[in-house]
Design a protein around this ligand. Structure first.
Ligand code: TTP
Ligand code: MG
Length: 391
């Protein structure tokens, strides 16, 4: 089915909120940070400050060096959360199929709400007007046939814009776009692509054979291959579904059928990590893991295994791996998936009953989550996956 996806992202969100409340800051270089000491980092900067090179995650002392006139304001997270919640209500009024992606961004699946892209554009104009009028905050909207392109649209449309990417426009548009404009392709990947393949744009990336990408990036190669073509099948997962979810799962369809154990093992590690991370975010624990295998001929098998309630990536991975070993698969596989199910709100044992090794794993993974939130997904990974750097 053809989809129409909208991505909404507030412009310089924290800074815009502060500027709204202190109008004399309008047009000035403003930056927000957790704490205004020089050792702190910038959370975000107004577009005027960005002109001098100030950006999120930059140390304050460096930002002040680049922009001596920079006005620093201490972040007020409670206030931003509150505004974010109120803005979200406007999105829900357009479609309940709204996925909150972060404090200032959301995806709305308009496939069943808008008859075509033109109608979706009108909705976007209306949403922009409502937010600008009611909240006096700037935002940018991207509309496209999938989440990847909708997010690219809002990035290209910034600030204070509206960018529609029609299916037929995708190929010529992507051709000259630098690879790191795609959400999910970071600086490191961009550098490897430049050094190994002389690739800077999505058009150039498209020309690299998948097998060559695979040799360097392993299963992340599939993402790169698809991204260069503007392909993305990930669904918008509505907030209401996330809240009452009875299970959390993730799967990967391979571009080629395979029974290579090392590859499947890496994919299981990656999938377990993404599933467990979602459990930890929702403070849920899983009592069963289901492994889903779809063979080249579409025959699909699922096998479930119980485990001590957990939300560690390691426990979920080891369970999934033991199922894979039991299945002793020889036939080539086209998709593999992991679902954590039988979800409960709390672990059954008191902290003192938990074996030390499990306790350590929990501590390590919680620390990884925090680092990833603060510094980005790629800042830390399991040694065995880090050889690919991109899981
Ligand atoms: P973003 O949407 O990434 O950034 P932004 O809204 O400030 O700017 P724009 O979208 O116009 O490019 O993040 C939303 C808010 O999240 C941002 O205002 C501050 C906070 N944030 C951090 O605290 N640290 C970070 O490293 C980033 C990227 C954002
Ligand atoms: Mg934003």
């Amino acid at each position: 089915m053809k989809r129409i996806i909208m991505h909404i992202d507030m412009d310089a969100f924290f800074a815009s909120v502060e500027i709204r409340e202190k109008p004399w800051l309008k047009g000035k270089p403003v930056a927000i940070s957790g704490d205004i000491s020089k050792r702190s980092v910038i959370a975000t900067a107004s577009y005027e400050a960005r002109k001098c090179g100030v950006h999120s995650a930059m140390p304050v002392f460096k930002a002040l060096k680049l922009c001596p006139k920079l006005i620093l304001i201490k972040a007020n997270h409670k206030k931003y959360e509150e505004i974010s919640r109120k803005i979200r209500k406007i999105f829900y009024s357009y479609s309940p199929a709204t996925e909150t992606a972060s404090i200032d961004e959301a995806f709305i699946d308009l496939s069943h709400r808008a008859k075509d892209f033109e109608e979706a554009r009108r909705m976007a104009e209306e949403i922009k007007e409502k937010i600008e009028e009611k909240f006096r905050l700037p935002l940018t909207i991207g509309i496209a046939p999938n989440k990847l392109l909708a997010k690219l649209g809002s990035k290209l449309g910034k600030p204070n814009g509206l960018k529609v990417i029609l299916p037929e426009e995708t190929e010529p548009l992507l051709k000259d776009i630098p690879v790191d404009k795609i959400s999910g392709i970071g600086q490191k990947t961009a550098e490897i692509l430049k050094n190994k393949f002389n690739v800077r744009t999505l058009g150039e990336l498209k020309e690299v054979p998948l097998i060559s990408l695979y040799n360097i990036f392993k299963s992340y190669a599939v993402f790169l291959h698809n991204a260069s073509r503007g392909i993305d099948h990930t669904p918008v997962i509505p907030d209401y579904e996330k809240k009452q979810s009875k299970s959390v799962g993730n799967s990967m369809t391979f571009p080629f059928d395979t029974n290579n154990f090392d590859y499947l093992n890496d994919v299981l590690k990656y999938l377990s990590d993404t599933v467990a991370k979602r459990l930890r975010t929702s403070k849920l624990y899983s009592k069963s893991v289901i492994l889903i295998i779809r063979y080249h001929d579409f025959k699909t098998i699922t096998k479930r295994k119980k485990l001590r309630p957990t939300n560690t990536s390691k426990a979920i991975y080891l369970t999934a791996l033991s199922i894979l070993r039991e299945i002793k698969t020889k036939d080539k596989i086209r998709l593999i998936g992991i679902t954590a199910t039988d979800l409960v709100n709390s672990p059954p044992l008191t902290l003192f009953d938990v074996p030390k090794e499990i306790k350590n794993t929990e501590i390590i993974e919680k620390t990884m989550d925090k680092l990833r939130v603060k510094y980005g997904k790629q800042i830390v990974n399991y040694a065995s996956l880090s050889k690919n750097k991109h899981f």
